[in-house]
Design a protein around this ligand. Structure first.
Ligand SMILES: C[S@@+](CC[C@H](N)C(=O)[O-])C[C@H]1O[C@@H](n2cnc3c(N)ncnc32)[C@H](O)[C@@H]1O
Length: 282
């Protein structure tokens, strides 16, 4: 591996500012090594001999380089049944409340954003098949979205390694995956085709809005990469994507109360989630 390029403070600031405006993610000097490694990958891939040549190329918006840069900087850590106490809360409490006003065969819309390589939306599908007695009564639609186009391609392919599957029992793996070789398992076609994937930037209302309104949104382990302002923008966008009375689940280190006053806090025995109030937004 070649040494990453040393970039000046001013170059670092320009790059961090560019990424912040495009993604909401904050990169401070403490992340310099990570930033230099990632930028080095992109400079090699675009045959740029210096940061300024690369930055000019990036700004010219040719060959989708902005998307490639974003893909290189995202942190995509995820696995099946992550923070499964929230999945339990979904099947035990949240859906019971959501279906109280629905009729059989009505749609139930669930959004996993960001979904990374797909483990989260597929986990929701498997969990509901295994644990929710009314799973066949309603028309369940699960959508997975992310800003990173590379992870979305992987999600649609649905091929996973041992680490991604580590929290699933061998019985669940045998029921919902077929093995490709000793190291890789692909989710069954029916399940794969039941989840729709789309590219969405959480801080861009023109991208979140067309996804429509959901009963439940899982927005886990992304707000930690944002600053207060981008968290607020993302929260307001997601509020618009919730049906009145709909729920949003965050990662366990994230709290909506510190981000936005728009939501009600709901404490269930297994999890704290947030709800869009039934009334109109003030
Ligand atoms: C750590 S993963 C979380 C995946 C999953 N929700 C989980 O908890 O396992 C964070 C994801 O956030 C995505 N991301 C970062 N900024 C984003 C933005 N502005 N809009 C949508 N997704 C974003 C990244 O591409 C990455 O896949």
């Amino acid at each position: 591996m070649t040494d990453p390029p040393e970039i000046t403070e001013e170059e670092f600031r320009r790059l961090a500012d560019f990424l912040y405006r495009r993604t909401g993610m904050v990169f401070t000097e403490t992340k310099r090594y990570y930033v230099e490694r990632r930028i080095s990958e992109r400079m090699v891939a675009t045959s740029s001999e210096s940061f300024s040549v690369y930055f000019a190329y990036l700004r010219s918006e040719v060959r989708n380089e902005v998307a490639q840069l974003i893909n290189a900087f995202t942190v995509n850590e995820t696995y099946f049944y992550r923070e499964d106490y929230q999945l339990d809360c979904l099947s035990t409490d949240l859906l019971r409340e959501r279906v109280a006003t629905k009729r059989p065969r009505d749609p139930i819309r669930i959004w996993s954003v960001p979904c990374s390589t797909g483990e989260e939306p597929y986990s929701i599908a498997i969990w509901l098949l295994e644990n929710w007695k009314d799973v066949d009564t309603y028309d369940i639609e699960i959508v997975g979205s992310d800003i990173d186009t590379r992870v979305l391609e992987a999600a649609a392919e649905g091929i996973f390694g041992k680490r991604a599957l580590m929290r699933l029992s061998p019985e669940l793996v045998a029921r919902y995956f077929h093995s490709l070789d000793d190291e890789r398992w692909q989710i069954l076609d029916d399940l794969r085709q039941s989840v729709r994937f789309s590219r969405v930037n959480l801080i861009e209302n023109r991208e979140t809005r067309p996804q429509g309104r959901f009963d439940v949104i899982f927005c886990r382990n992304v707000l930690i990469y944002f600053d207060d302002e981008s968290r607020r923008v993302a929260a307001e966008n997601l509020y618009d994507n919730l049906m009145p009375g709909g729920f949003i689940c965050l990662g366990h280190t994230e709290s909506m109360s510190r981000i936005s006053p728009l939501f009600e806090v709901c404490r269930y025995s297994g999890a704290i989630v947030y709800r869009r109030p039934q009334g109109l937004r003030a």
